[in-house]
Design a protein around this ligand. Structure first.
Ligand code: 13P
Length: 266
């Protein structure tokens, strides 16, 4: 199975100049490094909206895909929604995918079940793939509520299938789940590989229980993944790749993570 290594750039870099420098580094490394090094990996980066068109144009013809970090819940196309970007606009800007439900969106923008159901529907209707983020807080982890929390978050997918059964065709190629414990994001703290593996197994089983077409879905781990710990996650058969924040802002560390996952798929 092909591994996915996705860089979520969040609200970085600060300037177009720095975006260009990061892309230069990435593209140079991808073209000069022996392709077999990362051949087992699909790479993708998610810049902020303001940089999405330039990044997508720059990546056209390369092996790296681009994604948005979010889309509007209110309309799939156009409307009076100040500050929003729609799925159609994002696709038109050249993105093939969008991240949805990141814990920072849930925390700072109060994204709810219904909001995320709308966003997922809009994305898929506009032929965008979705990287759907789920994960528990530190308090929920301490209370051993991880699987309960995850089941509640995955119910968005269950409801999507109930409301739009026509979207099931090809969904296994257009939906990726990223398990990101909130307490592991940007903290340097990580769950054990065994914990991540067991949680991913639960996620895969839950998705398969929604519909036979969702058997063996791609599930990524995210939260303080770096060049030093990537190998340990990559060798686990339940971990199909990584959603990377901080370490995706340097080509060197991002590609080292890709190499780790590529080695593991070989
Ligand atoms: P860090 O890799 O910086 O912990 O961020 C993870 C993340 O939130 C990716 O979406």
């Amino acid at each position: 199975m092909q591994a996915w290594v996705i860089g979520n750039w969040k609200q970085n870099p600060a300037t177009s100049h720095d975006v260009k420098a990061l892309l230069d580094d990435l593209l140079t490394a991808v073209s000069t490094k022996e392709q077999p090094d990362i051949a087992g990996c699909q790479l993708m980066v998610a810049p902020s909206f303001i940089h999405l068109t330039a990044v997508s144009e720059r990546l056209e013809g390369s092996s790296i895909l681009s994604a948005a970090q979010d889309i509007s819940a209110h309309s799939a196309s156009t409307g009076a929604y100040t500050g929003d970007c729609s799925a159609q606009q994002v696709a038109d800007a050249g993105a093939a995918w969008t991240i949805l439900g990141h814990s920072e969106r849930r925390q700072y923008h109060q994204e709810s079940h219904d909001c995320l159901l709308n966003k997922m529907t809009h994305a898929l209707m506009q032929n965008l793939g979705v990287v759907f983020c789920i994960g528990e807080t530190q308090a929920q982890y301490d209370a051993k509520k991880t699987l309960v929390v995850i089941d509640t978050q995955l119910a968005v997918i269950k409801d999507l299938l109930a409301q739009k059964p026509e979207l099931i065709a090809g969904l296994s190629e257009r939906l990726i789940v990223a398990y990101e414990p909130v307490w592991a994001i940007g903290t340097g703290k990580v769950p054990t590989v065994a914990e991540v593996s067991a949680t991913h197994q639960h996620i895969k089983q839950t998705l398969a229980s929604f519909n036979d077409a969702l058997e063996n879905m791609t599930v990524l781990y995210g939260g303080s993944v770096n060049a030093d710990n990537a190998d340990s996650f990559a060798v686990d058969s339940m971990i199909d790749g990584a959603l990377v924040g901080g370490a995706s802002l340097k080509a060197e560390s991002f590609l080292a993570i890709a190499q780790a996952f590529s080695r593991a798929t070989a």
